[in-house]
Ligand binder design. Structure first.
Ligand SMILES: [Zn+2]
Length: 155
């Protein structure tokens, strides 16, 4: 059973996504060009930037197109099995930096871990024994996530 996100975490995720102009994502076999060809034929899609990918993925490609406004798609393809692959298409209303794309993916993974109860937003620090919420720690997103995974409050 899926667990609901706590209010504080949900608001934090929302604020990050809103700040980056994040619209949403799709997972599957199709890249943005194929998706748009079906959904909105005739849409012109332009590759505008490439960022280095992850160790198991191709480069991150940023495409630009127009659909009820400027749209940017960060596309990441990777193999999931010997003969299967997945393409993630993350849609933004603003041009995303490499950091934006990576943060959006980090919080997507984190949301998944919380919902499937693999991680708990509240934990007891192994060092000082205080019970803390992962957002109590002041720092960058990735530092907060690292501390949460290590169950360390930053004391
Ligand atoms: Zn501590």
């Amino acid at each position: 059973m899926l667990k609901e996100l706590d209010n504080r975490t949900e608001k934090y995720f929302e604020a990050i996504r809103e700040n980056k102009g994040y619209i949403g994502c799709n997972h599957g076999w199709y890249g943005i060009e194929e998706i748009l060809a079906k959904k909105s034929p005739g849409t012109e899609v332009k590759l505008v930037k490439t960022y280095p990918g992850y160790f198991n993925s191709d480069d991150i490609k940023i495409y630009k197109y127009w659909l009820e406004g400027d749209r940017f798609c960060a596309e990441i393809a990777y193999q999931t099995d010997i003969d299967d692959f997945n393409i993630e298409t993350h849609i933004f209303s603003k041009f995303p930096s490499e950091k934006d794309v990576k943060e959006i993916r980090s919080i997507m993974e984190l949301e998944f871990d919380f919902k499937f109860n693999r991680l708990n937003p509240e934990f007891t620090c192994w060092e000082c024994g205080h019970k803390v919420h992962w957002l109590d720690f002041k720092g960058k997103i990735q530092d907060k996530i690292d501390n949460l995974k290590e169950k360390y409050c930053g004391c």
